[in-house]
Design a protein around this ligand. Structure first.
Ligand code: COA
Length: 148
């Protein structure tokens, strides 16, 4: 399911927040941060369901031909089944409709599974940001995929 507006996203907010906390603990976004994000104009939220249950999500924003993957989460018991890849594919399909040519993201330098996932998905490492994350502190790697 592809969502673009706050009114479409709001019914799923509690479940998305629950998944966010499962995946990102202390660094999960709070209710206000999610609502503020849902108010953004250039937002795409992709949801994945299993038997009517929302099980995974990806959130991306875009502007001036560039997209930024803000968050992607697949619960542990669903990983390595292609769900993350499906989410990214859907994100890219939507971004292409908006004439976006490059998809960027930041990832914790110690998040090896995610880094492998991005490499497998055709993303290239293009930079590093020192002390980018808190809770716990970590540098970030910047990845980019040409989607033109
Ligand atoms: C990163 C994440 C979204 C991947 O989701 P997923 O549904 O497991 O990904 P896929 O099944 O589509 O994996 C595609 C490929 O990526 C690579 N990959 C994914 N997870 C991997 C892992 N733990 N170790 C090694 N390679 C991995 C593999 O090449 C995999 O293909 P294969 O299973 O045929 O070998 C998921 O692990 C996740 O939600 N992690 C926690 C949240 C997070 O870290 N998000 C990113 C923050 S920037």
């Amino acid at each position: 399911m592809i969502l673009r507006q706050r009114s479409e996203c709001s019914p799923f907010l509690d479940r998305i927040q629950h998944l966010d906390r499962c995946g990102f603990g202390e660094s999960a976004w709070d209710h206000t941060e999610w609502q503020r994000l849902f108010d953004s104009r250039n937002l795409i939220v992709v949801l994945e369901f299993s038997k009517n249950d929302l099980i995974a999500f990806a959130v991306v924003c875009f502007a001036s031909g560039e997209g930024e993957l803000l968050k992607i989460f697949v619960p542990e018991d669903n990983r390595r089944r292609g769900t993350g890849t499906r989410l990214i594919d859907k994100v890219i399909t939507e971004l292409k409709k908006e004439d976006v040519q490059e998809l960027f993201l930041e990832v914790r330098k110690d998040n090896k599974p995610a880094i492998r996932f991005y490499h497998a998905g055709g993303f290239k490492e293009v930079g590093e940001r020192r002390d980018y994350y808190q809770h716990p502190p970590s540098d970030a790697l910047v990845f980019c995929r040409d989607i033109s």
